[in-house]
Design a protein around this ligand. Structure first.
Ligand code: BGC
Length: 762
């Protein structure tokens, strides 16, 4: 017995000690890298920090390119914008056979919302409020990209934004830090899985650190100026969540913060990211961001490169600043050898974790490339996912779902256009294989109904603008006929039909990088077409394609049904048809506020109260915080989205109205589906901290659940609230909660909520 006891004690001690030391692989990795680095020259170390774009490498020419020369000389750490197993294998071969130390390259790519199988744009994905689904989309993206040679993606993009003028709202998850953080975690998990060394997982790169979504006036690459308390409370959470989920790399943003561009901002990278959040991956700049700091006014390339390295940047994307100037800065004492070593070590660690030192061709398997990309299963999954991201903005008199009979008029520049279905950032999509809305309607209707089509109008009528919104080659098919001629043709079709499906909105390239807009209305010519269609008296269903919130006040007032489909990916047309005909009941909810007009921007649900708030339900009161010419209310609030079901919320009940310390308060509501069809509702929990040492938002999202209910069914939905949900950063940037009164709110969007109060003391 004593022997047994001793064994148990000994075993416990051993296990305990093991838990205290680093895992064996770390020790192995550290010694491997130390041995390797001992052999490296300064130039070879700097080479690891260099990330050029693949540039002139085309199939079969890897060896003769300029990049190849640099690879042979050990001057390249990784490459991006190169895809396909054959090309990547060729290039990797140069690194591992012709460079002195045979260090493999890391291959990056903007795999943002799918690879060849394209999912909805990220803002669309976020509107599913379904983290499992988002993780699955990232998993499939990783599976396909890794089968094509890629082991590193520049995703997730987690920038919070409240300004729809900014085209890159399409790439993020909207305006809310809590939801953004959940999405960030799901994406990292999807890409990286539980083992980075597996051949079908890839390294995530969370971007753009930080605050890129808060650029002034929504003008691309513009200045950011923000208080620290706002950064911590309203913008940092998704980056931090991605780091905590284990994201292996991070990209800095183009904008400045406190007068210093993110790429040279030591407080941001070294203090916040590494020290406060414990990030131990590597940091890469955005495209030419080091070089651009000269334009920002921080000095010549040598100066800005040294600033970046000193700030904690490890890899230089495209600027060649680290490669060509750091040696000279080292001699001048502007940076230290230790700083160079640390950056180099972090890059090598990532390569080690990806398993590239074991097998540099780990991601170069032709068989996988042939079997795992754009498979019927992946496409089916993309269709299922896409249908979950669509948001029904309006549906008067049950205009939707449509019946499969009669004659349909499909009108608008997005009706018969495959290339614009995927939206921004699709590096591997075959655009002609995308399912257009016309394709989708045809498949869904078969011989049950007739479809007439007419273009009706162009995306925009200004040809110069049209060329700017199709610059990367996603065709807009600009029609040179006059607007009057196209509208007349469309009206003629419309008159012969029973129902009009108006496929309107933005072209894929009207949002995304470098696509800021100062006017977020539907282009005037499209509105004119819509007016003409409505004038026929036929029922009109508007299918809205967009990469950002638009201002749709007129459309909302005049069209009976609006389905916002964002850009839904390769399977868009089928997924839209699934929703239009009611095979799928829409359940998407907005993750960004839709304003009534551009003047309300920035507009977001979690704003402060001000000292002169407008009384609820009123429009204008003199000397209150409001506008003369538009109410404060948005057109569609955050969290909003309709369903073919009818959801009703009972009163909110709290398990306690007085709470103390670390207790859990349960908030319960009865949700009923009084509609005729089964459906799914996103039930949202908001909290308002009524009194604080600093001003607090009027509400903040703190939880959500997706609840499926059969027609006629009711369910009790509960949220457990703990003091963890009450925490915020105070004016000393200390994260804690304060005793006081809190309003707990539950509802189907951020505006229509049931509420109850709790007093919570420490
Ligand atoms: C974008 C990044 C992207 C990078 C590489 C930049 O212009 O801002 O989001 O990852 O290019 O393609």
């Amino acid at each position: 017995m004593r022997k047994l006891l001793l064994t148990v004690v000994l075993l416990t001690v051993v296990l305990f000690t093991q838990a205290q030391v680093k895992p064996a692989t770390d020790a192995k990795m550290n010694s491997f890298i130390a041995t390797l680095m001992a052999k490296m020259t300064l130039d070879e170390k700097l080479g690891q920090l260099n990330l050029p774009a693949a540039g002139d490498i085309t199939t079969g020419q890897a060896n003769s390119s300029d990049v190849a020369r640099k690879i042979k000389e050990g001057k390249v750490g990784g490459l991006f914008n190169i895809k396909s197993v054959s090309k990547i294998r060729d290039v990797q071969k140069i690194a591992v056979e012709q460079s002195r130390l045979k260090i493999p390259l890391i291959f990056g790519m903007d795999v943002i919302h799918g690879y060849k199988t394209v999912f909805p744009i990220p803002i669309g994905l976020s509107c599913s409020w379904d983290m499992g689904l988002i993780e699955r989309s990232a998993r499939i993206a990783a599976q396909e990209a890794s089968a094509d040679g890629i082991c590193w993606t520049f995703s997730p993009m987690v920038d919070i934004s409240r300004d729809p003028r900014w085209g890159r709202m399409s790439e993020g998850s909207g305006e809310d830090p809590y939801l953004g953080a959940q999405v960030a975690k799901a994406m990292v998990k999807g890409y990286q899985g539980d083992d980075l060394a597996k051949e079908n997982t890839i390294l995530a790169c969370v971007k753009h650190f930080a605050l890129y979504g808060a650029i002034e006036a929504g003008r691309e690459y513009n200045t950011v100026d923000m208080s620290r308390i706002r950064m911590y409370n309203e913008y940092f959470e998704p980056y931090k969540a991605a780091v905590e989920a284990g994201a292996g790399s991070l990209m800095t943003s183009f904008n400045e913060i406190d007068g210093i561009p993110a790429t040279a901002n030591r407080w941001l990278v070294n203090d916040v990211l590494r020290k406060q959040w414990g990030f131990n991956g590597f940091v890469v700049t955005d495209y030419t961001a080091i070089m651009e700091m000269s334009e920002h006014g921080l000095g010549d390339l040598a100066t800005v490169s040294a600033l970046a390295l000193h700030a904690g940047i490890d890899m230089d994307m495209v600027s060649d600043g680290f490669l060509n100037t750091i040696k000279q800065s080292l001699t001048k004492g502007k940076i230290t050898q230790a700083e160079i070593d640390l950056a180099c070590r972090r890059i090598l660690e990532a390569k080690y974790k990806l398993g590239l030192f074991d097998d540099p061709y780990r991601y170069c398997d032709e068989k996988r490339a042939a079997n795992e990309i754009f498979t019927p299963q992946n496409r089916q999954e993309a269709r299922t996912i896409a249908a979950q991201t669509m948001v029904l903005l309006k549906n008067d008199n049950q205009a939707l779902p449509l019946k499969k009979k009669g004659t349909f008029a499909l009108i608008g520049p997005l009706g018969n256009n495959r290339e614009n279905m995927t939206g921004t950032w699709c590096v591997a999509a075959d655009f002609d294989k995308c399912v257009s809305l016309l394709d989708g309607l045809k498949t869904a209707l078969g011989n049950d109904a007739k479809i007439l089509t007419a273009r009706g109008t162009n995306f925009v009528m200004d040809q110069a603008l049209d060329s700017r919104i199709s610059i990367f080659g996603k065709p807009t098919y600009f029609d040179k006929r006059s607007q009057a001629e196209m509208v007349a043709e469309a009206v003629d079709m419309a008159k012969k039909s029973d129902v009009i499906v108006a496929a309107l909105g933005e072209s894929a390239e009207m949002s995304g990088e470098s696509s800021s807009r100062s006017d977020i209305n539907l282009p005037e010519n499209q509105k004119e077409l819509l007016k003409a269609l409505l004038a026929t008296g036929k029922p009109v269903v508007m299918v809205l394609f967009t990469g950002r919130p638009l201002s749709l006040s007129w459309e909302n007032a005049n069209v009976s049904a609006i389905l916002n489909v964002w850009f839904a990916g390769t399977e868009a047309g089928d997924a839209i048809a699934d929703v239009l005909f009611g095979k799928v009941n829409p359940s998407g909810k907005l993750t960004a506020t839709f304003p009534q007009n551009i003047g309300q921007v920035p507009i977001y649900y979690n704003h402060k109260n001000t000292g002169r708030p407008l009384a609820e339900g009123t429009w204008f009161q003199k000397f209150k915080s409001n506008y003369l010419d538009v109410p404060n209310e948005p057109l569609y609030p955050f969290g909003y989205g309709l369903s073919y079901s009818k959801f009703e919320y009972g009163d909110l009940k709290l398990s306690a109205n007085q709470a103390k310390g670390n207790q859990t308060v349960k908030a319960t509501i009865t949700l009923s589906n009084s509609g005729k069809v089964d459906g799914t509702e996103v039930v949202q929990l908001y909290i308002r901290d009524l009194v604080g040492s600093v001003t607090r938002p009027v509400k903040e999202l703190k939880g959500f659940q997706k609840i499926a209910l059969k027609s006629g069914e009711s369910k009790q939905v509960s949220f457990g609230i703990t003091p963890q949900d009450l925490k915020f950063y105070n004016s000393d940037l200390k994260y804690d909660w304060e005793s006081g009164d809190f309003t707990i709110m539950v509802g189907g969007n951020s505006r229509d909520v049931k509420s109850a109060k709790v007093n919570w003391v420490k």
